[in-house]
Design a protein around this ligand. Structure first.
Ligand SMILES: C[S@@+](CC[C@H](N)C(=O)[O-])C[C@H]1O[C@@H](n2cnc3c(N)ncnc32)[C@H](O)[C@@H]1O
Length: 319
């Protein structure tokens, strides 16, 4: 398992199901809400398939960019400050919040872009502003990496009082760098990346912030974005797969799709045996496209069971 950082909502426990439900033939794979990159880094894809990682969080994008393209500089920067004291953690947080090194003009421009334009346009303008004034920044990537690694549960907000020598992760950074060699990295809002890749042979994998858990991330995901995501996906010419928490709102929203139900151990709960209910939604019938799945649609067993719980009247994607 290749891993760069721990991340809330990481798909490590569900990779086996995502892999099984993929269609067999396609030319491009887009990880629309890439997060830690776990899906991009670990899925097995057809030979010569172009892979795109995307996340709107600029710090995540910058970390992946520097891991891929500035590996030596990043590991050198991380090696300079190997202690994980609270002082280091606080300094790293100050740096990221730009309290000390801040660029006030940039912050004002980014805030204005949000007020003056609608979301996809504001995102495009922010991307250009960030590209112009914050070139891929190794210092920032190293600070961000430390903040995640030194924090409790990798959430970046509470200092974890546990010993952590950052140098133990260097081999992972090099391995991830090699894996990212041919992966295109993007830093866009989901709507613009989906529209940009609207082709019949493209698979979009979407792992958005979950319903009623939208505030777990630094980038804003208003509740209305679930509908915005649905509306842009439904007209996608290729294949799509979406991961969500299993709840009535999502079942209703995606009723024109196939819905698979699965459970995973709930790591946030102290109750023994507690499980978290998830679903994987597709616009195609995986029983036709994914050869390993039986006619009934269910696969796996015991704690790795995946059940087909909803079949639409007419599949959106048939070839
Ligand atoms: C559930 S996490 C993805 C986890 C990822 N699959 C993994 O395995 O680590 C959701 C991600 O969506 C990103 N995000 C939130 N709003 C977004 C938007 N409008 N466009 C693109 N990415 C967004 C967040 O930064 C967060 O990393």
């Amino acid at each position: 398992m290749r891993k760069l950082i721990p991340w809330v909502g990481s798909k490590t426990p569900l990779l086996w199901a995502i892999q099984s439900l993929l269609p067999v033939h396609f030319r491009k794979f887009v990880d629309v809400f890439g997060g830690s990159g776990t899906v991009t880094l670990n899925l097995q894809l057809p030979k010569n398939c172009l892979q795109i990682y995307n996340d709107l969080d600029h710090d995540l994008y910058n970390l992946l960019y520097c891991t891929k393209n500035k590996t030596l500089a990043l590991t050198r920067e991380l090696g300079f400050l190997p202690d994980n004291s609270r002082d280091t953690f606080d300094e790293v947080c100050r740096f990221l919040k730009m309290e000390e090194y801040g660029d006030r003009d940039l912050e004002e421009e980014l805030a204005l872009a949000k007020v003056l334009f609608d979301k996809p346009q504001a995102e495009e303008i922010s991307r250009l502003l960030l590209q112009r004034s914050v070139p891929p920044d190794v210092r920032r990537a190293a600070a961000y990496y430390k903040m995640i690694r030194y924090s409790f549960n990798g959430q970046g907000n509470n200092y974890a009082v546990a010993s952590c020598d950052i140098r133990q992760f260097f081999h992972q950074i090099w391995e991830v760098s090699r894996r990212l060699k041919d992966v295109v990295l993007e830093n866009r809002d989901f709507e613009s990346i989906i529209k940009k890749n609207n082709e019949p042979q493209t698979v979009l994998y979407c792992d958005p912030p979950y319903y009623k858990a939208e505030r777990c991330y630094d980038v804003e995901f208003p509740r209305s974005d679930h509908q915005r995501l649905h509306d842009v996906l439904i007209v996608h010419e290729g294949f799509f797969m979406v991961s969500y928490n299993y709840c009535d709102f999502i079942k209703e929203l995606y009723k024109e799709c196939f819905i698979y139900y699965l459970e995973r151990p709930n790591s946030q709960s102290r109750k023994k045996g507690s499980v978290y209910e998830e679903c994987i939604i597709t616009n195609y019938d995986p029983r036709v496209f994914a050869r390993q799945i039986t006619m009934y649609g269910d696969f796996g067993r015991d704690d790795r069971a995946c059940k087909l719980v909803h079949i639409p009247d007419h599949p959106l994607k048939v070839e």
